[in-house]
Write a protein that binds this ligand. Structure first.
Ligand code: UD1
Ligand code: UDP
Length: 368
């Protein structure tokens, strides 16, 4: 029996982890056992605990409470993860993606000589100003097994001279979940039904990236750009708002601005995963700076406007399913017009939705 310590902390990581937990429980419970450690990076219930319940996965054995006094949260996480690594003595550690929790887990694994498994390895934006780019490069370079969702990811890792014997193409773990949970969703949850939502014919909008929310001009231009698209299309904008974005809007523009904005957009708190799938399926298209949302839009064959200057998921843009729209009002509007002319190809570039099984099998073969 191999003991896995999974370290996660942000909303998308809880969602991704469900695919591995599910497959361990159903197919590998004689050979793999998993302990989950939540760093507590995301702490609001609707950004964390609610997902464990909704996705029918056990609550983590450990949830850290991060000190507000730490110099930066990653250092506090490392110290606390380290203690749990000592107590649990896992055979390997699994981390996902590129958040501060990913890096904290990675550093603790390396310092304790625990083989590190990185799921969603190899993704690059080539923008070192992003905290995520630093996190993912550092994590990839200390991983024993690197599971990349795309061939572009594999190429990126090879270009950085990472040992090819440690790199595996596995497809996208998020597709496992989109396929599995889209069968469970039937309609909006009662929570969402209470909100007066249009059934269809709306645009789904999310925004939370640091470079967009912590820059007053960017945030303003993005909001103005999305407002303009709402006017042009005469479609309602559904905006499940990340807590960071809500705080930054109030900080830069005031509470009254946010209230006025809610007359233009349908601003709702972060929603559950099944509701998000339902929103993606029913949306006309998606406007987002989220990597996860961009991919799910693609899985459900929706186009997206990307509120960034580059993306790690370049294939989606190359297949005409997304347009890089930046964070300036005029560019966002131009990108919308460009998007209208595109004939996307929704090719199966993210695999078949069985990344979880492949990852578990490979862990057992490689880490004897
Ligand atoms: C983090 C990840 C980002 C990922 C995103 C998913 C890093 C560097 N960034 O960004 O890659 O796309 O999660 O959502 O790790 N906040 C709350 N309640 C919460 C969570 C956050 O109020 O439950 C607010 C806090 O003010 C916090 C701020 O949001 O300081 C930023 O949170 P943080 O986890 O640092 O970054 P995210 O923007 O969520
Ligand atoms: N998501 C969700 N509720 C929301 C917004 C997003 O469940 O209100 C899900 C979405 O379906 C996807 C993941 O969260 O699976 C994406 O996370 P996020 O946008 O926070 O981060 P990113 O993918 O950019 O790292």
């Amino acid at each position: 029996m191999r003991k896995i310590l999974t370290v996660l902390g942000a909303r998308p990581q809880i969602i991704k982890s469900a695919a591995i937990t599910r497959i361990i429980q159903s197919e590998f419970n004689n050979s793999l056992t998993e302990i989950v450690l939540n760093t507590g990076q995301h702490y609001d219930a609707n950004m964390s605990d609610d997902f464990f319940h909704e996705l029918s996965i056990p609550l983590p054995k450990y949830t850290l409470s991060l000190s507000k006094n730490a110099v930066f949260s990653t250092s506090d996480m490392i110290e606390k993860i380290d203690k749990i690594v000592h107590d649990e003595s896992p055979d390997l550690m699994v981390v996902y993606g590129d958040t501060n929790s990913t890096l904290a887990g990675a550093i603790s694994a390396v310092k304790n000589n625990i083989p590190l498994v990185h799921i969603e390895a190899g993704m690059r934006s080539f923008n070192m100003d992003m905290p995520e780019e630093k996190n993912r490069i550092l994590t990839d370079h200390c991983s024993r097994l690197l599971f990349s969702p795309t061939f572009q990811g594999i190429a990126n890792l090879k270009n950085e001279n990472i040992n090819t014997e440690n790199i595996f193409h596995c497809g996208d773990i998020m597709l496992d979940n989109s396929m599995y949970y889209s069968k469970c969703r039937t309609e909006y949850s009662t929570k969402l039904k209470r909100i007066d939502l249009p059934e269809r014919d709306f645009i789904l909008f999310t925004c939370h990236r640091q470079s967009n929310t912590d820059n007053k001009a960017h945030l303003f231009e993005i909001i103005e750009g999305v407002k303009a698209i709402s006017k042009l299309t005469r479609k309602q904008i559904i905006f499940p708002i990340h807590p960071r974005t809500r705080k930054q809007i109030v900080y830069f523009f005031g509470q009254a601005y946010l209230e006025n904005l809610s007359h233009v957009f349908k601003i709702i708190p972060p929603v559950g995963y099944l509701d998000t799938i339902q929103l993606e399926v029913n949306a006309e298209f998606v406007i987002t700076d989220s990597g996860g949302l961009m991919k799910e839009a693609y899985f459900f064959e929706k186009k997206s406007l990307i509120l960034r200057n580059q993306t790690e998921w370049v294939e989606i843009v190359e297949l005409n399913a997304a347009v890089i729209a930046g964070c300036k009002k005029d560019q966002i509007i131009d990108s919308y017009y460009k998007m209208l002319t595109l004939q996307p190809k929704f090719e199966p570039i993210f695999g078949k939705g069985d990344a979880g099984r492949f990852i578990c099998k490979t862990i057992l073969e490689q880490l004897k």
